[in-house]
Design a protein around this ligand. Structure first.
Ligand SMILES: [Zn+2]
Length: 320
């Protein structure tokens, strides 16, 4: 008895002893001061809920995609836990920003409580009628809910196809894969993002530039987190040591993301080598408003962009 008690306090003192809920040593269990707290997480929701509006095949596909979402986010966190803010991939996307917020933003996707999340397959807001919609966060209509439209099941790829079929991180949209598409979608749900993760960039070039010049935003930028997760997964898991990053960014040369396209366009339309003409500069100002084309496309149809929705540079529309 005395011997057992001594062991018990010795284990407590070492600080690394976690008493199992159903201990195989009844004597220790009976004296555990932690026993009253053993149900501290009662009611926890550890799996993303899928709404009854999803049929069997949609549920099966969503369940697999959500498992891949967690695998993608889990590896992203693991990469950062291993290397901190020193790995080449980390520095590409987050510069020298401290890594704790990045780890937390991935960890919450995997292990955060999922009670206030829901994936549904009906179309309560009618947004799935917009041809480019793969899904949308319901916003004010349902803050904790995301709709996955039929287009997602037909177009989103599995992670087994990362680096295949021509894909590279720099040049392909992050929603190429169901898992990374869902990463974007869960970051719109406050249960996962706590309104901390948001959109601060529009495209890959802006992501790379932000890492170099304004990385306090990079650590909670939705697109940055998606690109980083895909590149870490491609580099560490899919094609070890190589990945498929795509062409090196021109951001390191100090040029802006839009400057190359602008200058080539301006020189092509200019009749001389003179400094940028007023025509070219007005073209630039219209081109910097990237969503203009998609917006006009939808404004001319019978469907309009719902309040709170926006267009990404790749033409993808979604709701905040
Ligand atoms: Zn978004």
């Amino acid at each position: 008895m005395l011997f057992a008690t001594t062991i018990f306090f010795a284990l407590l003192a070492c600080g690394s002893f976690a008493l199992p809920a159903h201990s195989s040593t009844p004597h220790l269990h009976a004296h555990s001061r932690y026993e009253v707290d053993s149900n501290w997480d009662q009611g926890a929701v550890n799996q993303y809920p899928i709404h009854a509006s999803c049929n069997h095949t949609e549920t099966t596909q969503l369940r697999k995609a959500l498992a891949e979402l967690e695998a993608l986010a889990e590896h992203a966190a693991a990469h950062v836990l291993r290397w901190g803010n020193s790995s080449e991939i980390y520095r590409k996307y987050f510069g020298d920003a401290p890594s704790a917020p990045v780890i937390g933003n991935f960890e919450r996707v995997v292990n955060g409580d999922k009670a206030r999340t829901l994936f549904r397959c009906d179309d309560p807001d009618g947004n799935c009628q917009i041809p480019t919609y793969g899904g949308h966060w319901r916003g004010e209509n349902g803050t904790d809910e995301t709709v996955i439209c039929p287009r997602s099941y037909a177009t989103r790829r599995p992670l087994s196809q990362v680096c295949a079929l021509g894909y590279n991180v720099a040049e392909w949209p992050t929603n190429t894969y169901f898992a990374s598409d869902l990463l974007h979608r869960v970051y719109h749900m406050p249960a996962i993002s706590e309104w901390y993760v948001d959109h601060y960039t529009e495209d890959y070039q802006e992501v790379i530039e932000m890492a170099q010049h304004n990385n306090s935003y990079s650590v909670h930028d939705s697109d940055t987190l998606q690109y980083f997760a895909l590149e870490a997964y491609a580099h560490d898991i899919v094609v070890p040591g190589t990945g498929c990053p795509g062409p090196a960014s021109s951001a390191s040369s100090g040029t802006s993301s839009v400057a190359p396209a602008m200058s080539s366009s301006a020189s092509a339309s200019s009749t001389s080598a003179a400094p940028m003409s007023s025509t070219a500069s007005s073209a630039m100002s219209s081109m910097t408003s990237a969503p203009a084309t998609p917006v006009q496309q939808y404004a001319s149809s019978t469907l309009s962009i719902p309040p709170g929705c926006h267009t990404h540079a790749n033409g993808e529309l979604h709701c905040e």
